[in-house]
Design a binder for this molecule. Structure first.
Ligand code: FE2
Length: 423
């Protein structure tokens, strides 16, 4: 007797199985004859581990147009607009915008998010708001907070002090933004400082590292060195790494093995990178996405992050990690069937690994968190970005949606159309 059985779904590896859930755990996977408190028929549908977003800015979410839109579309104007907004936004406003976004996330099967929290202002209202948000969503959504010195660790008088204060308040992960420090040397020093901080406190480390088109920026190299020095492999992630797009190929042939040696992971953010990078180019315009396939070939774990939804940096966004993977697939030209399947794993399993969420995944004993999608397989899910028919978090159904087929009015044609290839 299970609390819940998800019957007959297709798993990402193509196998068909029932999933039996007891409490908040997956108790059995296979052909299950037992009874259950509730049975969800997933025949022909894709049953996947939940989506995970390892890079987000929840303190700024749903603030698009406040105080005004980003006219130039650049990273720097976005930072400047946010600098105005964070001084007037209240804790309640931030919590309420973020909660609204978390509802979207849950409805899309996105059940774990790492969010950078700006620690620049001395009032630290963003930190206060995000700690409150984390408490509110904890029963159904994993939220990891990163102490993020948006305006630089050393570039503001209290930048470093505020990162330490935020960590003392309970923020989970050490951040960083070396390319925004005043000089390359101060950027490198910030990395050495922050790596020590993460190591001393036994915390994870996630750096906005080289979110720039500068082919000569060298912070990725320094970060990898510090990860190796402090044994932070598996606990450290380099976010963006867009400078690698523009670097000389010979130099990259040295850099990628250094990253692999360190064990650090990589989080490109394709929607934002393709939007913000290359803004100083005429034609040809660089895409700004880091070297995803090349890093994966070297054994480096690479995920896809979303970064922004309706905020000073990005005027769109849906909370759908399949949109993120869809863009990443195109920009990184990951069109081989194995690469497309990889893109789906990047926003589920690989992102979970990056965040250290070892009990997520469809296996007996694993956490009973999963998503049922109106698609036959992961590639079809990427193509359609389909309805999430049901979302289960820790054994509880937290979102359901009716299958939505278009009704046709064409003589001699079927009454409804489904865009699925199979199922
Ligand atoms: Fe970011």
């Amino acid at each position: 007797m299970f609390d819940l059985i998800v019957r007959g779904g297709t798993l990402p590896d193509g196998s068909v199985a029932d999933i039996g859930i007891t409490g908040d755990r997956i108790a059995a996977i296979g052909r299950l004859e037992a009874e259950a408190g509730r049975v969800i028929d997933a025949t022909g549908d894709l049953v996947s581990p939940p989506f995970v977003d390892p890079h987000f800015h929840m303190d700024a979410v749903l603030s698009y147009g406040l105080p005004r839109v980003n006219a130039s579309g650049t990273l720097l104007e976005g930072i400047s607009l946010w600098g105005e907004l964070r001084e007037v936004a209240t804790v309640d406003e931030m919590v309420s915008r973020a909660l609204r976004y978390c509802d979207w996330a849950v409805s899309m099967g996105l059940l774990a998010i790492r969010t950078h929290v700006d620690t620049t202002p001395d009032h630290l209202r963003g930190v206060e708001a995000m700690l409150e948000l984390k408490r509110l969503v904890a029963p159904y959504l994993d939220l990891q907070l990163v102490a993020f010195p948006q305006d630089g660790l050393y570039r503001t008088a209290t930048g470093r002090e505020n990162v330490v204060r935020a960590l003392d308040m309970g923020v989970d992960v050490v951040g960083g933004i070396p390319h925004f420090e005043r000089t390359m040397e101060e950027g490198a020093e910030s990395l050495r400082d922050l790596a020590r901080m993460a190591a001393d406190r036994g915390l994870m480390w996630d750096v906005h590292c080289d979110e720039t088109d500068d082919p000569l920026s060298r912070h990725v190299e320094t970060m990898a060195r510090e990860v190796t020095r402090h044994g932070l492999g598996g606990r450290a992630a380099g976010s963006h790494l867009t400078s690698m797009h523009s670097m000389d190929n010979y130099y990259v042939s040295k850099l990628i093995p250094l990253i692999a040696e360190s064990g650090m992971t990589a989080i490109p953010n394709p929607l934002i990178n393709i939007t913000l990078q290359g803004r100083h180019d005429t034609y040809p315009k660089r895409r700004g996405l880091t070297r995803v396939k090349e890093m994966q070939a070297a054994g480096i774990t690479v995920g896809w992050g979303q970064d922004c939804v309706l905020d000073p940096w990005y005027s769109l966004g849906t909370a759908d990690m399949l949109d993120v993977a869809f863009m990443g697939l195109h920009v990184a030209q990951m069109t081989h069937p194995e690469e497309m399947a990889r893109c789906f794993r990047m926003v589920t399993e690989d992102n979970a690994r990056i965040m250290g969420l070892s009990d997520l995944g469809l296996r007996v004993g694993g956490r009973a968190s999963l998503v049922i999608l109106d698609a036959g397989d992961p590639t079809e899910a990427l193509r359609l970005r389909p309805d999430r028919l049901a979302v289960i978090s820790r054994g509880k159904v937290v979102s359901e949606k009716t299958r939505n087929d278009a009704r046709l009015a064409l003589p001699g044609r079927p009454a409804t159309v489904r865009r699925r290839r199979q199922g």
